[in-house]
Write a protein that binds this ligand. Structure first.
Ligand code: LLP
Length: 386
């Protein structure tokens, strides 16, 4: 929630900008860690959700590890203070350079996504005279019941090693002396709001683990990936996601073997609700059959509505007038640059400040400079002059 005082302080700041409520971030991290400790789970934060330095600093301070998907993210995690052994790296198309970066940094685990990748990691590790700690990222064929662009656990998705290749992995491993297999990893999608999806994923991972066990292969850790969804419709009703329900579901459905550690890789659930994209109304324009509220924030700042038909709750911070209906749009030269159609919101005027909520995950990290637009900067609650 943005307080009245904060909204007043926004008046002096050029728009658009990302506003981060650092108290909410810290509360979210504390709740995550309290629940994780209770269940004995280990969290690696998915940097792709938000990689702003102050956010990473807070997450590192809270004691989480880092989940990366590129050499750039590994470098950033290291620079942000994450210990190498607390960094894991996934990615379906890791280049040799990225694998070398990870190996040379001695990161905790490389989550390998294919048989050819296992061979390359083995060869590169052998060349460095190292043993690469790896996990197998498997594709369990579980439907995440989310937008198809962010589903990753189905046969048609490019991610992970499918059951068709398990035997090949087992046959290959004895020929890969530079690999140390330590984990089994899965991530079936993002913005998952149905606990039964996680339950099915856990049971499926249990079956896969049992199959490998039958082949004489044991894992030190099971990594369930990320995916816990947040409440975009009504963020104030659920500012901190229900980590307890997530972990309870995992603990009820995942057959953990003695001595095994469970890892998770939350991204969105840690950072989405603490971030707001703050924008000004540039024009209110009367169309033939509707009114347009035209903002100075566009799809280049937050691409989720244009890319995934995502809807974010929007609040007029400047007006308490009765609601009117608008197509709320951005300034970018694309008709997909639309925040909401026929949306009821307190009557808008030129200069009003609007907040697009739940923008702390996959907002700034996915921003682009289309139309040569300047990037929206970050503003932190603790820096506001109140
Ligand atoms: N682990 C792996 C291997 C992943 O691929 C992802 C996200 C995560 C963890 C973190 O998932 P989360 O807890 O954030 O759901 N840009 C999209 C989301 C893409 C997610 C990609 N992978 C969006 O804005 O909805």
């Amino acid at each position: 929630m943005i307080t009245k005082q904060q909204a007043e302080a926004f008046g002096a700041i050029g728009t658009p900008f990302y506003f981060y409520d650092m108290d909410l971030l810290r509360r979210t991290l504390a709740e995550f860690q309290a629940q994780a400790r209770h269940y004995g789970y280990r969290g690696h934060y998915a940097l792709k959700a938000n990689a702003e330095p102050r956010i990473l600093e807070a997450i590192c301070e809270a004691g989480l590890g880092a989940d990366c998907v590129s050499g750039g993210e590994v470098a950033l995690a290291l620079k942000s203070g994450f210990a190498p052994e607390d960094i894991v790296m996934a990615g379906v198309g890791k280049t040799d350079r990225e694998i070398l970066t990870a190996l040379e940094a001695r990161i905790g685990c490389l989550n390998c996504e294919s048989v050819p990748e296992l061979k390359v990691v083995n060869d590169l590790a052998a060349g460095l005279g190292l043993k690469a700690r790896i996990a197998l990222r498997v594709n369990p064929g579980v439907d995440a019941h989310t937008h198809s662009y962010i589903s990753t656990g189905l046969t048609e998705n490019k991610f992970g090693i499918g059951p068709n290749a398990f035997q090949e992995v087992v046959d290959l491993l004895p020929h890969c002396p530079a690999l140390e297999l330590i984990g089994l990893h899965v991530h079936v999608g993002s913005q998952i709001t149905e606990m039964p999806v996680f339950a099915r994923t856990c049971r499926k991972l249990g079956e896969i683990q049992l199959w490998f066990h039958g082949q004489g292969i044991e894992f030190q850790h099971l990594d369930l990936g990320g995916g816990l969804g947040v409440n975009y419709q009504d963020p104030e009703a659920e500012p901190v996601p229900d980590f307890k329900a997530w972990f309870e579901t995992i603990s009820r459905n995942l057959p953990v073997r003695p001595g095994q550690v469970v890892h998770v890789e939350p991204g969105r659930s840690l950072t989405a609700q603490c971030g707001h994209l703050v924008s000004r109304v540039t024009y209110v324009k009367a169309g033939r059959d509707r009114q347009f509220a035209i903002l100075d924030a566009g799809m280049n700042d937050l691409i989720r509505p244009a890319l995934y038909q995502a809807s974010h709750s929007i609040e007029n911070l400047s007006s308490e007038e009765p609601a009117a209906s608008y197509d709320i749009v951005g300034p970018v030269c694309e008709s997909s640059d639309c925040w909401a159609h026929q949306h009821k919101i307190a009557a808008c005027h030129r200069g009003d400040l609007l907040a697009i909520h739940s923008a702390g995950a996959y907002g700034q990290t996915m921003a682009m400079h289309y139309n040569q637009r300047e990037p929206a900067p970050a503003v932190y609650s603790e820096d506001l002059k109140i």
